[in-house]
Design a protein around this ligand. Structure first.
Ligand code: ATP
Ligand code: MG
Length: 573
């Protein structure tokens, strides 16, 4: 393709609206433009990258035995009412009415639509297992759309759904998708890690997220320094403390702590460490108010809490509820004398002695409080986030922490949807049975953005070869006949060899062309200058390493082919 004939509106300066590298570089390289918050037009360069990612996803899904279909973007509310998700999905679901006032939504995911199809079309065990996927636009009215394609309201997803005769078959389907995902992200040239993920209320252990490792990631993952354990911090189990305090119990005292509400303030005032303090967090669920006791230096894990309470809605209680429940303003809640609420304590609180806790009275705290003596009857569970240095729950060393971008998710659904929607088949004995399902998503547009977060430098993007919009950026530096003629010959030869070339045929200064080429990030730049050509040479530059090789034009096609192959260190693909 010739630059003069393509819409590639590069920007010299950083757009103010962009907070992350990928967002900034996609705007500057002329790949995307914002239409509304979280809604983008993919320009030709951006679309080329998306198509490359899709191509890899499609090949690997087909290889794993999944079949491509395409479901509608709009779906009727009735299907969503069958599973209860019309209400449950809340504001993230884009809803609309048709001219007959019937409720519809734009699909954020397609479990309902696919289960409806399968319950109608699959009646016998002979038709199973089945795995269907699509690559399609999804809509989620995210509360905070941001970071360009990273968290859009409209985005491209590959979603697959497996249907099996039994649990064992479903496990096999899950494993096939897990393996396919490993191949997909490796082929995209990304550094990533599969981590154990939360399974919500469905339970079980089969859910993994695929995380591209990047400082800018919104997800926190923990992994064992001596083994294979890795999990989303939302999910990571914390082992019970190995030792309990053996300090002699001291008598309980209530002391004045004027104005000291936060952990830091109370610790400073009483001259104690956060490890000696217990914070009491009041949460509201649709059913009840619960008090959660967490050690001062720990963070509560709301995902674990939701699971334990069997709820999906959970929020910190508002100041009014806190006042009504504890008799004190926010900052002075404690477990002693707290009535009419369920009290839960994290495991580390259970082994503390002589602790500090809120006094349920304005400007007061208890000192030297002890669980069994002063606030018996609390339920103890694992309720905190894992921390650096914690022992790995699999015993393979200590935990470390990293940031990641969730690009894929594989999930064992069991019979949740087949049961709700009656997707049954007849087994060999003629008995009706529910299909056992799995669902598997990949954020196609998010993967493109994640690739940039991982592959860039101060000058711009450095595309991994397999998802680059073009392989070679051809940069003739003069309008002279000799240079232009040579450019045309190389453009044609490379094209015939199946190499994708972007030919900067504009009458621009060398500096402008180089800047744009670095920004756009094709793996190889082919520079034709007047002087070099007079000596029978052109220059091949690897974008990643900056290595320049001078070579005669005749050698270009073969050299480019080698450079684009997996093993070339200069291209670093
Ligand atoms: P997140 O926690 O980031 O909101 P999710 O758990 O809601 O993700 P899934 O429902 O598992 O995501 O969707 C499958 C995949 O779709 C995700 O792994 C992610 O790559 C992608 N994805 C989800 N939401 C968005 C979004 N708002 N913009 C772009 N990609 C998204
Ligand atoms: Mg989400």
């Amino acid at each position: 393709m010739r630059t003069s004939q393509m819409l590639i509106p590069t920007l010299r300066d950083d757009p103010g609206e962009a907070e992350t590298v990928s967002h900034r570089l996609m705007l500057r390289a002329g790949m995307i433009r914002k239409v509304a918050a979280g809604v983008y037009t993919y320009l030709p360069l951006g679309l080329r990258v998306l198509r490359k990612v899709e191509g890899i996803v499609r090949e690997e899904m087909n290889r794993a035995g999944a079949q491509e279909l395409l479901m509608p973007i709009a779906s009727p509310a009735e299907l969503w009412r069958e599973t209860g998700r019309w209400d449950f999905y809340g504001k993230e679901l884009f809803r609309f009415k048709d001219r007959h006032e019937r409720d519809f939504c734009l699909g954020p995911t397609h479990e309902e639509v696919i289960t409806d199809l399968i319950r109608r079309e699959v009646r016998s065990y002979r038709q199973l297992p089945l795995n269907c996927y699509q690559i399609q636009t999804k809509f989620r009215d995210e509360i905070r759309p941001r970071f360009g394609l990273m968290r859009g309201r409209e985005f491209i997803m590959k979603d697959a759904y497996s249907f099996d005769k039994d649990e064992e078959g479903a496990k096999l389907s899950y494993q096939k998708m897990y393996d396919a995902y490993q191949r997909i992200f490796a082929r995209c040239g990304l550094t990533f890690r599969a981590v154990e993920a939360d399974t919500g209320l469905i339970g079980g252990s089969s859910s993994h997220e695929f995380m591209v490792l990047a400082e800018t990631g919104e997800e926190t993952i923990v992994y064992a320094d001596g083994g294979t354990y890795a999990a989303n911090v939302e999910r990571a189990e914390v082992l019970p403390p190995a030792e309990a305090s053996t300090e002699p119990l001291r008598p309980l005292r209530k002391v004045a702590t004027p104005g000291a509400r936060t952990v830091a303030e109370v610790c400073a005032f009483l001259n104690v460490s956060p490890q000696q303090l217990v914070k009491t967090l009041l949460y509201k669920t649709p059913k009840e108010i619960v008090a959660v006791l967490i050690r001062g230096d720990h963070e509560a894990n709301e995902v674990k809490l939701k699971k334990l309470l069997g709820v999906t809605d959970l929020e910190l209680a508002d100041p009014e509820t806190v006042a009504k429940t504890t008799g004190a303003p926010v900052g002075f809640a404690g477990p002693i004398g707290l009535k009419n609420v369920r009290i839960l304590a994290d495991q580390s609180v259970a082994v503390m002695r002589n602790l500090v806790a809120g006094g349920n009275e304005a400007n007061h705290h208890y000192v030297d409080a002890n669980k069994d003596r002063d606030f018996a009857g609390v339920q103890v569970a694992d309720l905190r986030n894992a921390l650096v240095g914690d022992v790995s729950p699999r015993g393979d060393g200590r935990l470390k922490i990293a940031k990641g971008i969730e690009v894929g998710h594989v999930f064992m659904l069991g019979t949740k949807y087949s049961k709700a929607m009656g997707s049954a088949f007849l087994d060999p004995q003629g008995q009706e049975r529910l299909a056992v399902m799995g669902c598997y998503g990949i954020g196609v547009s998010r993967t493109a953005a994640a690739a940039i977060e991982q592959n860039h430098d101060a000058k711009g993007i450095i595309w991994p070869v397999p998802i680059a919009p073009f392989h070679v950026h051809l940069l003739p530096l003069s309008q002279s006949d000799a240079v232009q003629k040579q450019a045309k010959i190389l453009y044609d030869q490379l094209g015939q060899a199946g190499i994708e070339v972007l030919w900067d045929d504009r009458d621009e200064r060398a500096g402008v062309k180089f800047n744009d080429a670095d920004l756009i990030g094709a793996p190889l730049h082919l520079v034709i200058g007047e002087k070099g050509l007079a000596q029978g040479q052109v220059e091949l530059k690897a974008r990643r390493t900056g290595t320049v090789t001078k070579l005669p034009p005749a050698e270009v096609p073969v050299t480019v082919k080698t450079r684009l192959s997996d093993k070339d260190p200069a291209t670093g693909s």
